[in-house]
Design a protein around this ligand. Structure first.
Ligand code: GLN
Length: 454
């Protein structure tokens, strides 16, 4: 097939499914067709082809795309047209992928169900009455619905892995610093990472290969050499040592999810791996520390949305402070306001030691829990989320229950280490995700184990 045909088939899949799924916020039809024509010419000329040649891709709407509307699913940015491309977007172009459009999400990536989008919730393609997870819900649903070949999401506390789990697709959160954050609209800068959502582990390795690498534009970008991820997909995991934290399969995790994970572990055993139960003793403090730290960083990062520089401006002639106040009151949704208030409070003088500093210390303890386990084991495995996809509207009244959904993904984010979610079975007809966690910058092992399982 030609790239133009592939592009058209993606656009028609979107025309067919997206009125129900609502994964896309903006389509790049003209741009995608123009790129496809250029790539078809390249194909005809016999020139060298990029790693992702001709593949239709979707991009989460908190990743800036030059001249293509980028909203972060916030009414604040309803008409925002960025003037530059994020580094990952340039890298996808260099790899000859085709950007089909921008994907729905929770507003500013705050949420775990996609119900916090200013432009309407995304629905889970497996059951339209259920959430796709979040915040990269559009990115996971678009792949699950077969609308595009792969997508990019962002993960701060689980936002790639949890929606991948709920939608039965593969989602990889790389090590902090492996993929450039330049052009990712910041939520919590010390945690945010961009990563691929795909159908298969092999696809995940391809996309990671294309987007990983040092970038001088991102001050926290890591100067590490990038291995050949594809060559790690050997299928061989004999002798692999797996740690299974008892905190990840205990109370609070649905029995059906636990069963799926245990049977996945016996498949891995059958392939020559061994697993043992371990403890990550500080797991129970992770959610509290995460919401404190991420909200603190968010309160600072989102100060730039003041009605002067970006998006909505509500000017009623009352002067600058009124302009700030009115623009922010009308521009931000309720969850974003909740986090800004929490973060501002936590950082206010007099409270810093009691909250922010304390949370930083907990973060260190959580990292040390993992360091200790990785002295003896190659990977840590557990479920990605305690449950399968829940019904739309069932948790919106109760932010705390919603926050607790992230209990198994947040520790990994706080530790800055890589993890992948892959489908490992079904519970009552809904996909269950297996989370494979690795040492920092050891995406190769994570991918190898995931691929062997698949
Ligand atoms: N659900 C988590 C939150 O609401 C994670 C979000 C994310 O990773 N962007 O903060």
């Amino acid at each position: 097939v030609s790239v133009s045909e592939l592009t058209e088939s993606s656009l028609s899949a979107i025309a067919e499914h997206d009125s129900k799924v609502h994964a896309f916020l903006t389509l790049n039809e003209e741009g995608a067709r123009a790129t496809a024509r250029v790539l078809d010419d390249k194909l005809a000329s016999g020139a060298a082809r990029g790693l992702l040649f001709g593949l239709p891709a979707g991009i989460k709407d908190n990743i800036v795309t030059k001249g293509l509307r980028t909203t972060c699913a916030s009414q604040f940015l309803t008409n925002f047209q960025p003037i530059y491309d994020a580094t990952v977007v340039s890298k996808l172009r260099q790899a000859d992928a085709v950007t089909i459009g921008k994907l729905n999400m929770d507003e500013f990536a705050m949420g775990g169900s996609n119900e916090n989008s200013s432009f309407g919730a995304v629905r889970n393609p497996w059951d339209l009455e259920r959430v796709p997870g979040g915040s990269s819900g559009g990115s996971a649903a678009a792949v699950a619905a077969g609308e595009v070949f792969f997508t990019l999401g962002s993960d701060t506390g689980g936002s790639i892995r949890q929606p991948a789990s709920y939608c039965g697709v593969v989602g990889l959160k790389p090590t902090y610093g492996l993929v450039s954050r330049y052009g990712l609209v910041a939520f919590a800068s010390s945690l945010d990472q961009i990563g691929p959502i795909t159908r298969t582990v092999e696809d995940s390795a391809y996309v990671l290969q294309a987007i990983a690498g040092y970038d001088a534009q991102d001050s926290t970008s890591a100067k590490v050499s990038i291995p050949d991820y594809l060559s790690s997909l050997t299928g061989d995991i004999s002798g692999l040592r797996i740690a299974v934290p008892k905190e990840y399969i205990g109370e609070g995790v649905d029995a059906s999810v636990r069963e799926s994970v245990l049977s996945a572990l016996s498949v891995l055993e059958g392939l020559g791996a061994v697993w043992e139960e371990v403890s990550l003793p500080h797991t129970e403090y992770a959610v509290a520390a995460y919401y404190l730290l991420s909200s603190s960083e968010a309160s600072s990062n989102l100060a730039r949305f003041d009605g002067v520089r970006y998006g909505v401006r509500v000017d009623e002639g009352g002067g600058l402070l009124d302009l700030y106040h009115n623009s922010r009151s009308q521009g931000f949704g309720p969850e974003v306001k909740r986090r800004i208030m929490l973060g501002t409070y936590a950082l206010s003088s007099g409270y810093y030691d009691a909250y922010y500093l304390k949370a930083q210390k907990v973060r260190t303890l959580i990292k040390q829990d993992f360091d200790e386990v990785f002295k003896k084991y190659d990977v840590v495995i557990g479920p990605t989320a305690p449950t399968t996809a829940f019904k739309l509207g069932s948790q919106t009244e109760d932010p705390l229950t919603m926050y607790l959904n992230d209990i198994l993904t947040i520790p990994v984010s706080l530790a800055g280490i890589p993890a992948i979610s892959i489908p490992c079975g079904f519970a009552e007809g809904l996909p269950v995700g297996l989370q494979i966690i690795g040492k920092e910058f050891d995406e190769s092992t994570v991918l190898r184990v995931a691929h062997a399982f698949e």
